[in-house]
Design a protein around this ligand. Structure first.
Ligand SMILES: Nc1ncnc2c1ncn2[C@@H]1O[C@H](COP(=O)(O)OP(=O)(O)O)[C@@H](O)[C@H]1O
Ligand SMILES: [Mg+2]
Length: 256
């Protein structure tokens, strides 16, 4: 009998030790997870800022190359100023997210947000044989952190553009109110998405873009991760429909 009691004691001790170790492992795992998240967030911020910096450099170059064409120089400089203000707005809002602050959502006109995104992309779509169709009711409002929703739209638009390179196609942005939601659709007539990739699109670092491909760059695989994260933080959802060689449609649903 005393032997049995002794055995039970030692088993209990063993269990407690294991539990303690488990707790320590869990705490370490949580720390690693936080670090990994931070790594992803930094990569995403770098990716977003890069999206803005590229046209910004181009505008400055236009101004430098045409010092005697005053109206052109002025326009290019205005765009440069506008874009750098936007870049710092984005950084600010992202820093707030990283620090866990609540960024304020407000009512904003969707049409205006979309127009600003295009002025920010800075490349005329017709030059790439791309047709643009925008159908957004003038009065349609969404409740959002404007700069974040613009980043989402910018990512979808840049992806659509790259999917239609080099032969061109049509980019369509539609939005409508449906009961208590606003539905925004960004469609393209580009390369489409292979069935086996459909489940991977929103995974961090998943990309099919290589320097040899039509986008002529290595993808970061972070654009859609960012979109999902932001749309989620607005209480909405993002989904995708696609047919290889025909095109792709991203659908955002936001609560009003
Ligand atoms: N409109 C689209 N048409 C076709 N494929 C797309 C489209 N949008 C996204 N994808 C696919 O999803 C992948 C991930 O997109 P994203 O997260 O923006 O990263 P990246 O653009 O850096 O590759 C892309 O590499 C591409 O394979
Ligand atoms: Mg992308």
């Amino acid at each position: 009998m005393p032997q049995l009691i002794e055995k039970r004691r030692s088993l209990n001790k063993e269990i407690n030790l294991q539990l303690q170790q488990n707790k320590e492992l869990e705490a370490r795992l949580a720390k690693l997870q936080a670090l990994a998240n931070l790594g992803t967030i930094s990569a995403i911020v770098a990716h977003e800022i890069n999206n803005i910096l590229m046209p910004l450099g181009n505008y400055a170059q236009v101004a430098l190359n045409n010092p005697t064409d005053l109206p052109l120089t002025e326009k290019a400089l205005q765009k440069t100023v506008h874009n750098s203000a936007r870049a710092s707005e984005i950084l600010e809002s992202m820093l707030a997210v990283v620090n866990g602050e609540a960024v304020e959502k407000r009512q904003c006109r969707l049409k205006q947000l979309v127009e600003e995104v295009f002025s920010c992309i800075g490349r005329e779509f017709e030059k790439d044989s791309l047709k643009l169709k925008i159908q957004i009711p003038d009065e349609l409002d969404i409740t959002a952190v404007p700069v974040q929703m613009q980043q989402v739209l910018m990512n979808l638009i840049l992806n659509a553009r790259e999917a239609m390179m080099p032969s061109g196609g049509t980019l369509q942005i539609n939005a409508r109110r449906q009961q208590d939601t606003v539905i925004i659709e960004v469609s393209d007539t580009g390369c489409g998405i292979q069935q086996e990739n459909m489940d991977k699109l929103f995974e961090p670092f998943f990309t099919t873009k290589t320097p040899e491909g039509p986008a002529a760059r290595v993808g970061s695989g972070l654009g859609l991760v960012f979109c999902k994260e932001i749309v989620g933080s607005h209480g909405g959802a993002i989904s995708v429909e696609s047919k290889p060689n025909q095109g792709t449609k991203f659908i955002i649903t936001l609560p009003i």
